[in-house]
Ligand binder design. Structure first.
Ligand code: FMN
Length: 325
C-alpha cells in the first residue's frame, strides 16, 4: 500500500499519520521532537477545558503554545455545554489553531461526572448541540474523537456517528474501546471498519499502533483514511518517520536515531520551551514511556522519577544512557 493525503475539510494531512491528544504528553516539546523526525501529518494538543480557556493565554499556559514546526496543529476541547464554545473557540482561533477537535472519549470519572468526555456519548442530544454550536462558531476543520460508548450497542453507535456527520463534523477519530476498557483490552479495530463503511466523511483509526506493520494493518483491515498514534509515539517519537518511510519510501526518510540522542534532545527542547516549574514533571511523564525502549528501562524510569531537580534527572539519565549499547 501507499500513503495518500487525507483531507479534513480543506486541511491537507500528508502523510495521513496523526499524533493523538494525550494530557501531560502531547505538549509543544514532544510535538517539536516528533516534527524534527518528520512523518507526522497532523498534531493535536491535549484536551483543553473550554470553560477555562477564555481566561488563559499562550503566555500564561504552555498548553496553548505551538511553534511553526508543529503544523498543522488541532486543538482539542473538553466541553460539557454548548454555551462554553463560542468564547473557547475564539481563544483557540486567536492561538493560530489549524483545526478543532471535540473530546467525546475521555473516561475520567471526574470529567464524565461534569458531563464531558465520554459522558457525551450517553447524551447524543447534548453532544449534537455541542457539535452544532462548534460548527456555527468556526470555519476551521472540526473533528470529534470518540470511543465505542459505555456498553456495546452498534445501533446507538451508528446513530451517534451519523449525528456527528449530519451536525457538521468534518472527520471522526475512532478509538475503538468501551468506557470500561480504559486502555486495557485490545482496541476493537473492526468497529473502525464499520464506521468507515457508514460515513462519507474521513475516519481516523486509533488504538495499539506501534510499528509500521501495525499501521499498515490498520489501514488495510479497516480502510481508515488516517492512523492516529498515542503511547507508541511517546516511546518512539521517530515512529511516524519510520511508518512514512516504510509505506512511502520514495517520499520519506527513515530518521531512526540513537534513542539516547532523542532523549537528550527532548530535554533540550523542554528547557527551551517550558517554564522551569513544568520541566521536571513533564520529563517524568515522558520517561515513563520512553524508558520502555530499554531492557532495563525501569532503572531509567526510577532514576528520573525519584530525582528532585531537572539537573539531577538529566545527570542520572545521562549516566544510565552511557551504560547501555
Ligand atoms: C496518558 C494519556 C493521556 C491521554 N489524554 C487524552 C486526551 O487528553 N484526549 C483524548 O482524546 N485522548 C487522550 N488519551 C487517549 C489517546 O489519545 C489514545 O486514544 C489512546 O492512548 C489509544 O491510542 P494508542 O494505543 O495509540 O495509545 C490519553 C491517553 C493516555 C495514555
Amino acid at each position: 500500500m501507499k500513503l495518500k493525503p487525507l483531507y479534513i475539510k480543506n486541511l491537507k494531512v500528508d502523510p495521513p499519520l496523526i499524533l493523538a491528544p494525550m494530557s501531560g504528553l502531547t505538549h509543544t516539546v514532544l510535538r517539536q521532537l516528533v516534527a524534527e523526525f518528520g512523518g507526522c501529518g497532523l498534531f493535536y494538543t491535549e484536551m483543553l477545558s473550554a470553560r477555562a480557556l477564555p481566561n488563559e493565554s499562550p503566555e500564561s499556559s504552555p498548553w496553548l503554545r505551538g511553534t511553526a514546526q508543529e503544523r498543522p496543529l488541532a486543538y482539542q476541547l473538553l466541553v460539557s455545554h454548548a454555551e462554553e464554545l463560542e468564547a473557547a473557540i475564539e481563544k483557540i482561533e486567536s492561538c493560530g489553531a489549524d483545526g478543532i477537535d471535540l473530546n467525546m472519549g475521555c473516561t475520567s470519572a471526574l470529567i464524565a461526572k461534569r458531563g464531558g468526555g465520554i459522558a457525551l456519548m450517553k447524551e447524543p442530544k447534548r453532544a449534537e448541540a455541542i457539535v452544532r454550536a462548534s460548527r456555527k462558531a468556526t470555519d476551521l476543520p472540526l473533528t470529534a474523537k470518540i470511543r465505542l460508548g459505555w456498553t456495546m450497542n452498534w445501533n446507538g453507535l451508528r446513530d451517534f456517528c451519523l449525528m456527528l456527520q449530519d451536525s457538521g463534523v468534518d472527520a471522526v477519530c475512532v478509538h475503538p474501546r468501551l468506557k470500561q476498557d480504559r486502555l486495557k483490552r485490545p482496541a476493537r479495530w473492526k468497529y473502525i471498519a464499520k464506521i468507515k463503511q457508514l460515513l462519507d466523511i474521513p475516519v481516523i483509526g486509533n488504538g495499539d499502533v506501534n510499528s509500521p506493520q501495525a499501521a499498515q494493518r490498520m489501514f488495510e483491515l479497516t480502510g481508515c483514511d488516517g492512523v492516529m498514534i498515542g503511547r507508541a509515539a511517546v516511546k518512539n517519537p521517530w515512529l511516524f518517520s519510520q511508518i512514512a518511510s516504510s509505506l512511502s519510501p520514495d517520499l520519506y526518510d527513515n530518521k531512526y536515531p540513537d534513542p539516547a540522542d532523542a532523549f537528550k534532545r527532548f530535554i533540550a527542547i523542554l528547557e527551551n520551551s517550558m517554564e522551569p516549574e513544568y520541566t521536571l514533571p513533564l520529563l517524568k511523564r515522558f520517561t515513563f514511556y520512553f524508558s520502555q525502549n530499554y531492557a532495563f528501562g525501569h532503572t531509567l524510569w526510577n532514576l528520573v522519577h525519584n530525582a528532585d531537580s531537572l539537573a539531577t534527572a538529566t545527570y542520572l539519565a545521562d549516566e544510565f544512557l552511557r551504560g547501555v549499547d
